[in-house]
Design a protein around this ligand. Sequence first.
Ligand code: AMP
Length: 287
Amino acid sequence: MDFIPDPQAAADWCHEQRRKGGQIGYVPTMGALHAGHDSLVKRSVPENDLTCCSIFVNPLQFDNPADLEKYPRDLTRDLDVLEHVGCDMVFTGTLASFFPEAESLDDIPQVDPLPAIAGLEAVSRPGHLEGVQAIVERLFHTVGKCRAYFGEKDFQQTLLVKQIAAAHGDITIVVCPTVRDASGLAMSSRNQRLDSSARQLALHLVQALRAADRQWQAGERNPAAIEVTMARELRRSGIQLEYAAVRDPDHWTADTPRGPLQKARALVAARIGGVRLIDNMALGESS
Ligand code: AMP
């Protein structure tokens, strides 16, 4: 596996592989890898001639400096994991190397927000999705034509990257299911920061989503009614709820859509023991 700590050299590597006829699969990450990330690489390896991965903790997408500082980092272990799951190249960079035209962080160009940036994460974490958009545009520019793999766990992010890919033209987005641990908790790099009581509390997120799913399976199609159920479940647990929302995944809206819906996704965000967690679930698709 090649390790290339420079975006321009990584771009040259990708260009060379494509010149030789190789189809590239690409998995962007912020490191501190877990089974969720592994699942994306494992999906890419058989679907492409080569798989590359980026590890970059993007300061632009953190609305909170303490969260950025505490974000877990372990490059040596991550490289070992990636080599074992069959990755061919890993690249990293710095903000300065991804934005060589910017003389300082303040000069990094602002993005024109895409429609997926409305509501939920945009409200809870102002600037977060714009930060994601800014770096993903550069990452796609670095890798070039590829299939890019993203986790459904960050659902609003998947909508955003599909819009970025459509503007780019050469990138196909592959969305992969959320990997959960045995208790049902969605895998996240931030879970490392949960102590055992916080981990127990965090289970209320998936429990609220399952309650939403049961209500949908029982015939409820009004998103507002399902939101009330989730909020009740979460507030009872005592966790600091940021949102418990239902959206039509095919017609994204900043606010709760008017029912009845044909198709729905429930999304939750909460802070538990100082750690922000998100999760989501398609309603009516569990067996
Ligand atoms: P991150 O390192 O958190 O930026 O995540 C990198 C990629 O891994 C994103 O596409 C995430 O959606 C995806 N990912 C994170 N957690 C999971 C999970 N539990 N299951 C599947 N994909 C995930």
